[in-house]
Design a protein around this ligand. Structure first.
Ligand SMILES: [Zn+2]
Length: 132
């Protein structure tokens, strides 16, 4: 059987990449792994609980798992440009390509910050955003 390649662009089979994180069988060990798994969650849809659970509690207001489960746009691919981790703080710069409902392609360029608390990584937010 052909193995499904993970949506996060790691080139690895989904089974051995983001799936254990999305299923709750494992926790991402680095900010980059969390970033990748969150992209997979958005790309696959139906993973609102995972997205909410990995969002830092202080920045979760107004979010709900139902909305986060919807695939608002069609995510195509992820490119990690840079990542840095010092202690319990991480930064990941990435470009994510998506196609909107009108079929137009866009690139979402984000510098995301992450925090590790009690051994778990959380997405804190975005430092800056610009389209390119
Ligand atoms: Zn993956």
């Amino acid at each position: 059987m052909k193995q499904l390649i993970c949506r996060c662009d790691s080139g690895k089979p989904f089974e051995h990449c983001c799936k254990p994180f999305l299923n709750g069988d494992a926790k991402p060990k680095t900010a980059k792994q969390l970033m990748r798994s969150r992209f997979s969650a958005y790309a696959l849809g139906g993973c609102g609980n995972y997205l909410l659970g990995t969002w830092h509690p202080l920045n979760r207001q107004g979010l709900n798992a139902g909305e986060l489960s919807l695939r608002q746009v069609n995510w195509q691919g992820l490119e990690i440009i840079d990542s840095d981790q010092q202690g319990d703080k991480g930064v990941v710069e990435f470009k994510a390509t998506y196609v909107d409902n009108e079929g137009e392609t866009f690139v979402h360029h984000e510098l995301s910050t992450f925090l590790r608390e009690k051994g778990f990584w959380y997405y804190v937010g975005e430092l800056q955003k610009h389209s390119s």
